[in-house]
Write a protein that binds this ligand. Structure first.
Ligand SMILES: Cc1ncc(C[n+]2csc(CCOP(=O)(O)OP(=O)(O)O)c2C)c(N)n1
Ligand SMILES: [Mg+2]
Length: 115
């Protein structure tokens, strides 16, 4: 899911339930520090509007990004940042091992660029 979607989903409550009920699942957060879908929609509807000329489009930027790894760690979940392909491969392998062992939630935050 995207970083905005992760925040919409009330992650503190979701992580608490995952830990309380022992739910093993993998959450991958694609973090581009924005509501990219909203920015694209604004550009589709108003391609020459004020927002299209702004360096930072109003109400779509989500930086500074919260540290999602720490949010997951607050509920003692497995959590890693992945900043490149090699880092993601390692984090994914470790996360899947964690889930296979039925140790609860695993979260990987992946830094991605704006599209
Ligand atoms: C609760 C809720 N609020 C607002 C929206 C409208 N909405 C749809 S996509 C989106 C942005 C999603 O951002 P993100 O998850 O970071 O994905 P990105 O487009 O950046 O890849 C928003 C605000 C929604 N779907 N649900
Ligand atoms: Mg986003």
């Amino acid at each position: 899911m995207g970083d905005g979607s992760y925040m919409f989903a009330n992650p503190v409550a979701c992580h608490q339930i995952a830990e309380a009920l022992g739910i093993s699942m993998l959450v991958i957060v694609l973090n581009n520090s924005e509501w990219g879908a909203v920015r694209q929609s604004v550009l589709d509807i108003y391609p020459d509007g004020h927002a299209s000329r702004a360096n930072a489009m109003p109400l779509t930027d989500l930086s500074p990004s919260p540290n999602f790894v720490k949010v997951a760690e607050a509920s003692r979940a497995f959590a890693r940042h992945a900043r490149d392909v090699a880092g993601f491969r390692e984090a994914l392998s470790d996360a899947l091992a964690h889930i296979d062992a039925k140790k609860g939630l695993a979260l990987i935050e992946v830094a991605v660029g704006k599209s």
